[in-house]
Design a protein around this ligand. Sequence first.
Ligand SMILES: Cc1cc2nc3c(=O)[nH]c(=O)nc-3n(C[C@H](O)[C@H](O)[C@H](O)COP(=O)(O)O)c2cc1C
Length: 312
Amino acid sequence: MKTKITELLDIKYPIIQGGMAWVAEHNLAAAVSNAGGLGLIGAANAPYEVVKDEIEKAKAATDKPFGVNIMLLSPHAESIAKLVVEEGVKVVTTGAGSPEKYMKMWKEAGIKVIPVLASVALARRMERAGADAVVAEGCESGGHIGESTTMALVPQIADVVKIPVIAAGGIADGRGLLAALSLGAQAVQVGTRFVASKEAVVHEAYKNRLISAKDIDTVVTGRSHGHPVRCLRNNMTREYARLESEGKSFEELEYLTLGALRKAVQEGDVVNGTVMAGQISGMIAQVQTCSEIIENMVAQAQKLAGSAMQWF
Ligand SMILES: Cc1cc2nc3c(=O)[nH]c(=O)nc-3n(C[C@H](O)[C@H](O)[C@H](O)COP(=O)(O)O)c2cc1C
């Protein structure tokens, strides 16, 4: 399966694993890269030393390319931006803003820069700034989201930029992969599906909650403050919604969710923790290895592409 993204990133399949806070550590990233996709370490709010250690462990676990997702609002963003250069990381994806101020340094180091975004305007701006590709992330996604759906966003971005587009949000099988390619994407970024993988170091309770989730089980919190986050409905989201409807400030709500994702991912508290997950959770039926997930996606997409020829 060759696309502009498999060529650009030197990977076998056009499948990237999202850089998920607390979830995307070196075991998952290396497993995805070893399976032919591109694994990412999610730096989130982690400090320099922690991310350095993760990168070094990933290097020991795979000889394939992998990347780092940098959350630009992190207090450690600046030092992580330098760390990826020092460590010779091949690919950087960025979230929560514009990475323009690091672009020159990264490009000089030969790093492929791929901002994650949710609007046509930002995609145009990132292309002008020198990005190698963009991830167009629809609001079906787990975690922090924008307003447009993947179906609407991807073709609109693909129409206006020359750099390759990677579709994210609501993709978990070969149908999603083929659909994304049909919309003009050159690859997909998958988050939620990889949380329910064998290699993800995520508490069993979190994985089981994903498997039991129905199509309508996600909710979006934080819309009123312009920081929407998609997660599975539980005590935490109900309490958040109650406080949000009472007009509590963003800071008060932030305090409520402090450490809540870690509590769910590491301690398995899926009742009072934050269970970030996308709308596609309802389709996930079992925990599989990253290799099984990727091989199944590719095989299903190829089979469907073959039968699609007969529709015309
Ligand atoms: C648990 C979880 C944590 C996430 N954390 C981050 C993050 O720290 N940075 C980021 O850019 N995206 C983050 N995301 C979004 C993913 O990288 C990816 O773009 C998204 O999950 C794709 O949509 P899907 O969940 O429908 O597959 C997160 C998603 C999940 C499910």
